[in-house]
Write a protein that binds this ligand. Structure first.
Ligand code: ADP
Ligand code: MG
Length: 440
């Protein structure tokens, strides 16, 4: 039987993504991109968006609607040009919750609700921030995989992130939204654009920085897009939604296999399951559980650790942010959240090291995918901005640092020309920019 130290060292080795591995992964990513673009079998869908980078000259007041999880948001946003904008109105609303007016619970994410119900509700929210005497262009950021058949025509391929609303898959969500607007006599709002959240981030990043060629999300899920200028896109460059979370040419550990096996959709979104907020906490739990089973950590608390979801991705941030000498924050978390009432310092340190290994691997894998995209668009790594949004990149201590370090190592000799830039309010700004642009 190994000691705790030996088991941790072995885990760190399994989770380590060396520069050489990253190059191998990025080459595979690049190959999958190429195959997806020409319609060959690939784990990367490479969905064209009908949008290209903004000119930076876009100005005026626009409506944005952000639908990407259990919360929706509507915005009235003023574009001021050259990257500058002001949010005039913003209203967030859960798609499931308690309604005070009717004193009842509602859930537009459940199969008991239809797409019509959901968009009727959303239009009600939109009405709260618009005036009757102004004509508006509306942009929708819709963060689910869609087949884009026009700038304002997106057919939902499948719901993700636990949404199960009936009667939407296979239909144009733009048509459902427009029908809901007209049904409620909202005739001064025209839907101009539907985009994915990665495309929104890229548009937002490129508004002030024309050399922004890649957009990426590292939040609940993970995905990236980029501006393609070759092949079919030579005459008309367009942003392509990679659906990067489905990449599957990766070095999996037994923990990844276990997580995937118990997930809602085994075998898909394998990269997303190694790098994003929906999964990293659970991955840590599975590792700690295995260590507990082997008597290396929290031996008498095995049953507590067996509960799925007991450790969240936010908890990883709490663990990694523990700077106390005795690891008191970790101790508190173990007691309050997991019922692990007693722990040795070495055990708490073990949890820290597990979180660290899982996080560092996630950041390295994302860096490898960015390298794959960069290699496709410009293997001499000229000046490029990668626009990133999402709570993991923005809030998890160390994630941004490791991602930047790995990317810096990979493009050494060209450091300083490629920069990763955190974008705020990317979904709202991107939707407004998409609505503002002349149609592709
Ligand atoms: P979304 O991706 O849903 O649009 P976010 O980018 O805010 O929204 O990501 C939310 C996800 O990020 C949550 O699922 C959660 O797992 C994770 N998360 C939120 N806050 C933190 C944090 N401080 N540290 C680590 N993960 C976080
Ligand atoms: Mg988001």
């Amino acid at each position: 039987m190994p000691t705790l130290d030996q088991a941790i060292t072995s885990l760190q080795q399994q989770m380590n993504i060396s520069g050489e591995k990253r190059r191998y992964i990025s080459a595979a990513f690049q190959r999958e991109m190429g195959k997806g673009l020409v319609g060959e079998k690939s784990s990367l869908k490479m969905l064209p968006s009908y949008f290209t980078n903004p000119s930076g000259q876009e100005k005026g007041i626009f409506l944005s609607l952000d639908l990407g999880g259990t919360n929706g948001r509507v915005y009235l946003l003023e574009l001021l040009g050259a990257g500058d904008f002001k949010i005039r109105e913003a209203l967030a609303f859960p798609l499931k919750g308690y309604d005070q007016k009717s004193a009842g619970f509602y859930d537009f994410t459940a199969p008991s609700a239809t797409g019509e119900d959901m968009f009727d509700f959303i239009v009600g929210k939109l009405k709260e921030i618009i005036r009757q005497d102004i004509v508006y262009s509306l942009g929708l950021t819709f963060s689910y995989p869609c087949n884009q058949e026009g700038p304002d025509h997106a057919v939902l391929l499948s719901w993700t992130k636990e949404i199960k609303t009936a009667g939407v898959v296979g239909r144009n969500v733009g048509q459902i939204l427009t029908a809901a607007l007209r049904k409620q006599q909202v005739n001064n709002v025209t839907l101009q654009a539907i985009i994915n959240d990665t495309v929104a981030v890229q548009l937002a990043g490129a508004y002030g920085q024309p050399d922004c060629r890649i957009g990426s999300i590292i939040g609940t899920g993970h995905n990236s897009c980029y501006l393609e200028t070759t092949g079919n896109y030579l005459a008309k460059p367009a942003i392509v939604n990679i659906e990067a979370g489905n990449f599957d040419k990766l070095p999996f550990t037994m923990y990844d296999q276990e997580l995937d096996m118990h997930s809602n959709q085994p075998g898909v979104q394998l990269m997303e399951k190694m790098v994003s907020g929906k999964y990293l906490g659970e991955l840590v739990r599975l590792i700690v559980l295995r260590f507990s089973e082997e008597g290396l950590l929290f031996k008498s608390f095995f049953s507590q650790l067996s509960t799925p979801g007991i450790f969240s991705t936010q908890d990883i941030s709490k663990v990694l942010g523990d700077n106390t000498k005795e690891l008191k924050t970790i101790n508190k978390l173990l007691i309050q959240q997991m019922g692990i009432t007693t722990s040795a310092y070495e055990e708490r340190l073990g949890v820290y090291k597990i979180c660290h290994a899982v996080q560092k691997r996630a950041a390295s894998l994302v860096a490898a995918s960015y390298l794959g995209i960069l290699d496709r668009i410009d293997c001499s790594y000229g000046s490029h901005v990668i626009a990133v949004d999402g709570s993991l990149y923005n809030k998890m201590p160390g994630y941004a640092k490791y991602l930047n370090e790995a990317l810096g190592e990979d493009i050494k000799g060209n450091i300083g020309t490629v920069t990763v830039k955190a974008v705020q309010e990317g979904s709202a700004l991107g939707a407004a920019l998409a609505a503002a642009r002349p149609k592709y």
